[in-house]
Design a protein around this ligand. Structure first.
Ligand SMILES: [Zn+2]
Length: 104
């Protein structure tokens, strides 16, 4: 039995193969002040920074590899222009693994 499951069938799963419950790494996208159009409305009705999750098929790779892949994906996204910092969390424990400042 692998430590990390590589897919799931839960209701939270996204069609792109990421899952807020079962992806291994959670990436917080700390947007610049004023970049509200890219924020999500949270359950409390307030705007919140978006979060990305890694592809579950990569869950058994090391955290570093997963994060590298997520950063590569992020670099091709419009959000990059409006982001100050990325924060990476262990999605199971919610412990901060590391951060990356975006230089412009
Ligand atoms: Zn799931």
């Amino acid at each position: 039995m692998p430590k990390y499951q590589l897919k799931c069938d839960c209701s939270l799963r996204n069609t792109n193969g990421t899952c807020p419950a079962h992806s291994r790494v959670k990436m917080g996208i700390m947007l610049e002040h004023g970049a509200d159009t890219f924020k999500k409305t949270g359950t409390n009705g307030k705007l919140a920074n978006p979060y990305w999750y890694n592809y579950m098929k990569n869950n058994n790779q090391g955290e570093e590899n997963i994060i590298r892949g997520m950063v590569r994906r992020f670099e091709g996204d419009i959000l990059m222009k409006f982001t100050n910092k990325l924060e990476f969390y262990d999605n199971e424990t919610k412990v901060l693994i590391g951060g990356l400042s975006i230089k412009k």
